[in-house]
Design a protein around this ligand. Structure first.
Ligand SMILES: Cc1cc2nc3c(=O)[nH]c(=O)nc-3n(C[C@H](O)[C@H](O)[C@H](O)COP(=O)(O)OP(=O)(O)OC[C@H]3O[C@@H](n4cnc5c(N)ncnc54)[C@H](O)[C@@H]3O)c2cc1C
Length: 584
């Protein structure tokens, strides 16, 4: 595994940070006029001592976090990843044992103070926008996917902060920030995976006023805690009748000690990530927020940040695959030359380069859409205004709609492309790629989960298709977004043509009368929109760069758009031929 600073040596990531991301609008959205720094001046609240007091301060703070994490992930964690994968987890009578290498990797991140990246400053976290969180998750994902998820679980505290009472947040979140507690999210059941409205784990309130949960949850990451650190399990359970659907579900905090971890899965990858079967037998739970809002408000409310987190993990795994393949191809000699000089191999490397650049553009833009509404929404919610007034806020409405489209889009795209890039990375390694001697084998296996968990690609398509069809209507938010963003630079002829092809395909898609055929072709339409937006973001990024950097990004954008033209033409043909798809 390549060992260096995963932030400082990743040119594309560094340029995104330094030249391309519009930090001013994100700092404005997140730092709220640098209110935390002002409060620190008055109160000396130690949690706020690093709160930035101006733009330069904020950007420097974010950069320092990324440089420090880049160093830890690219040295200590990367050096332990293969051993973690090889040794894996052990399960015995409800207890899970983690290998020393995993504990060492986790502690290395913890000791730098970077663990609570998703938690607010006032409760002991780093207090950073989603865009920075996503870049941090990319660095973690590149070094080791299991570790990335372990840290993601500790940061589930974010959900408690957003939806639980102040008392609950004050009680649990600081313990999660300091590493005395970790988290788990229990939604899935043996019979209900994608179909979450059907979940049947039951929660009943006793005469003593205590809620008790009974049922079985499946595939629950870190329900067993982590190496002696207990977990709190955020659990979706039914407080309504068995047929009450989504509106009968509520959200509870359950202590890991009050459930039984019946087994852990033996998996293709993520060997150091415990995937637990959890049995609740009259297990006490504390209600989070209000009854009946578990799925419709809380699980949905955290969906955008949860999807971003997995999109960023996939971005990291994709980066790892690209860099490992690039290095191998520059060293492996066949026919008297290194294989990166062979056109067929060069072609794969070039595709990986432009796809990882496109993935990063989409991830960062999706993070931007979340930053632009989430913090403002939270401030409004805490201002005591009635819900309906909060909902009228134009800024929140616009960006939340965009985020509801961009986050499933980036989750689908980065996870699918991370698999494609990992596949090609194995190919470039030839027979060695199929052995466990090289890291691409682990990377390939770990990549495979990213388009399954936190909602499969098919479910991301279901979540984003409305954003394309309604969003591109004459007064649609996606159309307005594209008009606004494409006016910021001079779009290429190729990009303009891709947009026209998408418009044509939407018209054809809307004319399909059969619902099943339409559903079958949703992927094609969503893919076209992803490619239009990624191409647009690559060109917009180039317009923010100078000289050779700009020319290089335009080169990548041109190649990417050329692929997109071919894909969009093929997809449009499939959509226009919709009738031939109905098989039964
Ligand atoms: C390693 C791992 C870790 C996990 N961690 C957690 C966790 O911490 N917490 C948690 O709650 N869950 C967790 N999960 C569960 C995960 O989120 C689910 O596996 C996933 O959402 C898919 O559900 P399922 O496995 O039941 O598949 P199913 O829902 O049975 O889907 C099977 C297939 O049908 C397709 N499909 C189903 N419904 C539709 C539809 N309406 N439209 C189109 N296609 C559809 C799916 O895309 C898929 O291809 C984890 C799973 C794994 C493997």
């Amino acid at each position: 595994m390549i060992q260096n600073n995963y932030f400082n040596t990743n040119e594309d990531l560094k340029k995104q940070f330094s030249d391309i991301i519009d930090w001013k609008e994100i700092v404005d959205a997140f730092e709220n006029g640098f209110a935390d720094a002002e409060e620190y001046k008055k109160t000396s609240n130690e949690h706020l001592q690093y709160a930035p007091s101006n733009y330069e301060d904020a950007i420097e703070y974010y950069r320092t976090l990324l440089e420090n994490l880049g160093d830890i992930t690219g040295t200590t964690v990367a050096s332990l990843a293969a051993e973690m994968d090889r040794i894996g987890l052990k399960y015995d009578s409800g207890n899970v044992t983690f290998p020393d290498a995993m504990i060492k990797a986790y502690k290395a991140v913890q000791e730098t103070g970077l663990q609570p990246y998703g938690i607010s400053r006032r409760r002991g976290g780093l207090g950073i926008p989603c865009t920075v969180q996503a870049l941090m998750m990319e660095l973690l994902g590149r070094a080791d996917a299991s570790l990335a998820i372990a840290l993601g679980c500790a940061n589930l505290a974010e959900t408690i902060e957003r939806f639980a009472s102040k008392e609950m947040s004050d009680k649990y979140v600081p313990l999660m920030a300091s590493g005395e507690l970790t988290g788990a999210m229990a939604l899935t059941e043996p019979n209900y995976g994608s179909d979450l409205p059907g979940v049947q784990t039951k929660a009943e309130k006793g005469a003593d006023g205590i809620w008790r949960l009974t049922g079985t949850k499946r595939f629950i990451t870190h329900a067993c805690g982590f190496a002696g650190t207990p977990s709190v399990i955020l659990t979706l359970a039914r407080t309504g009748s068995p047929t009450s659907g989504a509106r009968g579900l509520s959200f509870f905090l359950v202590h890991g000690k009050d459930v039984h971890v019946a087994s852990i899965e033996k998996k293709m990858g993520l060997h150091c990530s415990p995937t637990c079967e959890v049995v609740y037998d009259n297990s006490p739970g504390e209600l989070i927020g209000e009854e009946s809002q578990g799925l419709v408000k809380y699980a949905m409310g955290m969906m955008n940040t949860a999807r971003l987190s997995i999109a960023a993990q996939a971005m990291g795994i994709g980066s790892a695959a690209y860099f490992e393949a690039k290095k191998y191809a520059s060293e492996r000699v066949q026919f008297g030359k290194t294989i990166d000089k062979i056109p067929a191999v060069r072609k794969m490397l070039d595709l990986m380069e432009r796809e990882t650049a496109a993935m990063r553009c989409l991830l960062i833009e999706a993070s931007r859409t979340v930053d632009m509404y989430l913090w403002r929404l939270e401030r409004l919610e805490h201002s005591g205004l009635p819900d309906r007034e909060v909902r009228k806020d134009e800024q929140v409405r616009k960006w939340e709609k965009l985020a509801n489209y961009f986050t499933p889009l980036s989750k689908y795209y980065t996870s699918e492309m991370c698999n494609k890039v990992a596949y090609d990375a194995v190919q470039i390694h030839g027979g060695s790629g199929y052995t466990e001697d090289y890291d691409v084998s682990r990377i390939f296996r770990d990549a495979r989960i990213t388009n399954i968990y936190e909602g499969t690609t098919q479910l991301q398509v279901v979540a984003s298709i409305g954003g394309v069809v309604a969003g591109m209507a004459p007064a649609g938010h996606l159309r307005a977004y594209l008009d606004e963003e494409m006016a910021k630079f001079q779009p290429s002829a190729e990009l303009t043509q891709i947009r026209a092809t998408l418009e044509d395909a939407i018209t054809a898609y809307k004319s399909i009368s059969d619902g099943d055929s339409r559903d079958m072709l949703s992927f094609e339409l969503v893919e076209m929109s992803a490619r239009l937006i990624a191409g647009m973001l690559l060109e917009r990024a180039a317009s923010r760069q100078q000289g050779a950097d700009r020319a290089d990004r335009l080169r990548i954008a041109k190649l990417y758009n050329s692929d997109s033209q071919a894909i969009c033409a093929a997809n449009t043909t499939k959509i226009k031929n919709a009738g031939s798809l109905v098989t039964a």
